[in-house]
Design a binder for this molecule. Structure first.
Ligand SMILES: Cc1cc2nc3c(=O)[nH]c(=O)nc-3n(C[C@H](O)[C@H](O)[C@H](O)COP(=O)(O)OP(=O)(O)OC[C@H]3O[C@@H](n4cnc5c(N)ncnc54)[C@H](O)[C@@H]3O)c2cc1C
Length: 424
């Protein structure tokens, strides 16, 4: 074995958690990030929920009809911009092909297993490194405005009970006991589901806390350096290329989110991961006592309101628009409308002038499961494609990645996440 470092490309949730797990196993790790600091891209202002309960990929059976129905509607929960179609062609075919009932169910179970393992790993990591990131074990509450959606969601939850998902059906009265703020609009709510084991936390704070803890322990995290490619020799990777030079590597983990496919393409690696834009709005309330005690999720709208460190984070919506990073006011308006539809009191207590809008690109795998493992190039690994579940699955994905690199018995089955499945 050579003495060079394992080089991790990208210092978002995935790269940092990978570095933490490798360091724990005794590896010398070097993280290379092109941005000026850690966690400034997709991991910056996400919905703040760690939710094994939301393990469903977004290509549910029938998704094609929904996408068609919503085309051109600025307030659609999932919006396909026709001008960006070229960006999603091959990927889109796989995305739709994976929406059969059998594949959808398999992806839910694979995601849940990784999410549940990730929650355990996160608790250990938090304790071992004394990390603080506005974390709390609040549980989450999904509210429903039609009975069929509630029944279908409850059925999906019950199907995961054998793997350990806890979910409780709540009547509207039971919901109001937990969150009295929902009273004004309670006539529109038919019921809900409470998931007691879900957690909340600020992903950006987590990245910063983890960065500091790792650097104190000798992990090199170098920001402001862009990886431009990889040098291979004899079928294996030997170095990452950067502007004006290269860094020798014992092996490499690409955790560069939806930018990973472009980095890997020159090596003939086709990774079906594409950016799917989402928005968030961080809102201060005139009376912080009004904050709900736990995240409220509206499944139909793909939107959530999460209490996070004294403010409210509204997040959601999905836009297939390539890399267009413009903040569309109509999408932000959808988040405000969602808040009003939950609680006019909360809406009135929010200051629009004091609200921070943000958008990020979820790295979405076509078949709804992340890619964690070795590519066809020896020593070149990927850890990406977590879509809407990246915060939930980060700690577990990092630990799984490190276990794969280390060899031996992995903590959970690795096949569902193998990068080689995209070649089949
Ligand atoms: C609106 C929204 C809400 C969300 N809400 C939730 C939620 O509530 N719960 C949940 O579980 N998940 C949520 N997610 C998903 C989650 O945030 C992402 O899956 C996760 O942040 C992805 O982390 P990452 O490390 O893969 O990507 P990133 O955080 O984007 O990190 C990748 C890093 O790689 C760097 N990089 C790229 N190319 C190079 C290069 N060539 N050289 C060097 N560095 C490079 C980038 O600069 C970046 O810092 C949400 C996402 C969005 C957009």
């Amino acid at each position: 074995m050579s003495s060079e470092s394992v080089v991790v490309v990208g210092a978002g949730l995935m790269g940092l958690c990978t570095a933490a797990a490798l360091h724990q196993r005794g590896y010398d790790v070097r993280v290379i990030e092109r941005g000026p600091d850690v966690g400034l891209e997709t991991s910056f202002a996400n919905g703040g929920m760690l939710t094994p309960s939301m393990s469903e990929p977004w290509n549910a059976p029938g998704v094609q009809w929904q996408l068609l129905k919503w085309i051109g509607r600025a307030d659609a929960p999932m919006l396909l911009r026709p001008e960006a179609l070229g960006h999603y062609l091959d990927w889109g075919v796989r995305f739709l092909a994976s929406s059969t009932r059998v594949r959808y169910q398999a992806a839910i179970r694979a995601n849940f297993l990784l999410s549940a393992y990730s929650m355990q790993t996160m608790r250990k990591l938090r304790a071992a490194l004394d990390l603080h990131y506005c974390d709390a074990r609040t549980g989450t509450l999904k509210i429903f405005r039609d009975q069929a959606s509630l029944d279908a969601s409850m059925k999906r939850g019950e199907a995961l009970k054998d793997l350990g998902l806890l979910c409780l059906h709540l009547t509207t009265d039971q919901i109001l006991k937990r969150v009295p703020l929902l009273a004004t609009k309670s006539a529109t709510i038919v019921g809900g589901i409470y998931y007691p084991e879900d957690e909340v936390g600020d992903a950006h704070l987590f990245c910063q806390a983890l960065r500091s803890a790792l650097m104190k322990r000798g992990v090199a995290i170098e920001c402001g350096t862009t990886v431009t490619g990889f040098r291979t020799q004899g079928g294996g990777v030997v170095a990452v290329e950067i502007e004006g030079g290269e860094i020798a590597a014992r092996c490499v983990v690409v955790a560069a989110s939806a930018w990973s496919p472009a980095l890997l393409k020159p090596l003939g690696i086709k990774l079906p991961v594409r950016p799917v834009k989402g928005y968030s709005l961080s809102v201060r309330l005139s009376d912080p006592a009004l904050l709900p005690p736990l995240p409220i999720i509206d499944d139909d709208l793909h939107a959530a309101a999460t209490p996070l460190g004294g403010m409210l984070r509204l997040a959601g919506t999905a836009e297939f628009c390539g890399w267009n990073a413009r903040i569309d006011p109509a999408r932000i308006e959808t988040l405000w409308r969602f808040l009003k539809s939950c609680s006019p009191e909360l809406f009135d207590a929010a200051h629009p002038d004091d609200a921070r809008s943000w958008c990020g690109f979820r790295p979405m795998a076509a078949d709804g499961r992340p890619y964690i493992g070795e590519t066809q190039i020896r020593g070149l690994y990927v850890n990406t494609g977590h879509g809407h579940l990246g915060w939930t699955q980060a700690a577990g994905s990092g630990a799984l990645m490190a276990a794969i690199i280390d060899g031996g018995h992995p903590p959970i089955a690795t096949a569902p996440y193998s990068p080689l499945r995209s070649r089949a």
